[in-house]
Design a protein around this ligand. Structure first.
Ligand code: KE4
Length: 427
């Protein structure tokens, strides 16, 4: 494939943007090649600056579950843009999307819109601290909740990709309030809580860990955390920025039946535009300014364009059978990938929940961050490069999940499986 235009654009970008990207994982640093610059997208495809087309399993890291440029979403954005892009004042659309979120998540009695998942989790933690009067938080190694200072401790996604699980620039005085435990290890979490009695404001976790690949909760893990938080007066914050409206209309909480006191959302609820949200119990949410003292604000929070894109998206996701379709496509693809790996005698652990999945290049199943073997990412990187050359766009890191959309056709899935057969053989 010719990447001349992307290469020229990358050189230019690096002059004025750190690393040439506005989010580190896009730089392809861990997969040993330069990034492709995207010119446009449609349905299941993205097209780079050189005109190459790719079947897209990144989907903007989750939001594009309908596929790119769904006509109803494009129309909603265009119509709203014609009436004003932003007012910095309340609009009916914000209430409409808030009501849709509350309807989808029965434990969300009130919700506030923000402009990113990071803002959602950062605000939820401040709210939990304000509500409980406690300072410490407990997160899990390999989970990523955005780049707020207190969350850049043993985090996943780009930090894991670059091997800097705890970021420089986070003062030790901040990091000391962030406790970590091993994902899927309830005893470890219990021990951490017991060692810090009455000091932990919240436990925050991804109900399906999509920032160390794709790791489902072990039976009893979520239930145990719920009981632990109830017993200790700890706020359970379930970060569904990635899983919300992804693995079910009601997210992982619908699938697994364990509900948080606070919930963070993002990605899909913006339909590709910048939206995050955090919500939950009324008594907690009413601690937020201007009702309560916990301050949180945002110039573009509830932006009309983003609200319209989110509303149009959720209206389509609510339709009967949508998630059955995603399940069917995802199961077919992953079965084909497993068969291709087996035929090439490549050890893999393919892990999937609904329309999010990950192929670990190791035989051993992954239940937590430490389970990913040191040599695995390098093997993944070789696979990634061959798939890219074959016109398949995967997330550029072993520590990321892949995402299915309703726009992926049978031909797309079969082409992907064929490309993988070749890539497994070329490892
Ligand atoms: P944003 O601030 O990137 O909108 O959301 C942060 C966030 C919070 N919680 C979870 C569970 C998330 O997965 C994310 C962001 N996900 C990454 C992908 N692993 C975003 C991609 C990137 O950082 O460029």
């Amino acid at each position: 494939m010719n990447h001349q235009q992307s290469s020229a654009l990358f050189t230019k970008a690096k002059q004025v943007i750190p690393g040439g990207v506005n989010s580190p994982v896009r730089a392809f640093k861990s997969v040993g090649c330069d990034p492709i610059f995207i010119a446009r997208a449609a349905g299941s495809k993205i097209f780079d600056a050189d005109g190459n087309s790719y079947i897209d399993y990144v989907g903007s890291w989750g939001p594009m579950i309908l596929g790119h440029c769904h006509p109803k979403v494009v129309e909603a954005i265009q119509q709203t843009a014609a009436t004003g892009a932003s007012f910095g004042a309340p609009t009916a659309r914000e209430t409409q999307l808030a009501e849709m979120v509350c309807e989808a998540y029965p434990n969300i009695e009130m919700v506030r819109m923000v402009s990113s998942g990071t803002e959602a989790t950062m605000s939820a933690i401040r709210l939990a601290r304000g509500y409980t009067g406690r300072d410490k938080i407990l997160k899990f190694d390999g989970c990523y909740h955005g780049h707020a200072d207190s969350l850049l401790v043993k985090a996943g996604s780009g930090l894991a990709t670059f091997g800097v699980p705890t970021s420089p620039g986070v003062p030790a005085d901040f990091a000391k309030h962030t406790l970590t435990a091993t994902y899927n290890d309830l005893d470890d979490a219990k021990a951490m809580v017991a060692a810090n009695p009455g000091e932990i404001a919240c436990v925050i976790l991804e109900p399906i860990a999509g920032n160390m690949g794709c790791v489902a909760p072990r039976a009893g893990f979520l239930e145990g955390l719920r009981q632990l938080c109830d017993a200790e007066g700890i706020v359970l914050v379930i970060d569904e920025v990635m899983t919300g409206f992804r693995v079910a209309y009601g997210g992982a909480q619908e699938r697994f039946g364990v509900r948080g006191d606070l919930v963070c959302l993002g990605k899909i609820i913006g339909g590709g535009l910048p939206v995050g949200a955090f919500g939950g119990k009324r008594e907690i949410m009413e601690c937020l300014s201007p009702e309560g003292g916990v301050y949180q604000a945002g110039t573009l929070s509830g932006n009309p364009l983003a609200m319209s894109a989110g509303i149009a998206t959720l209206e389509l996701l609510k339709q009967d059978g949508f998630y059955d379709l995603i399940e069917e496509k995802s199961a077919y693809l992953c079965k084909g990938l497993q068969e291709a790996a087996a035929a090439a005698k490549v050890p893999t652990s393919l892990q999937r929940v609904g329309g999010m999945f990950c192929t670990y290049f190791q035989a051993e199943e992954v239940f937590n961050f430490e389970d990913v073997k040191p040599e695995t990412p390098a093997t993944f990187s070789r696979f990634f490069r061959t798939m890219l050359d074959e016109g398949i766009n995967l997330a550029p890191s072993q520590y990321e999940a892949g995402f299915m959309s309703a726009a992926h056709s049978q031909e797309d899935l079969d082409r992907t499986i064929d490309a993988a057969s070749k890539a497994f053989k070329n490892l």
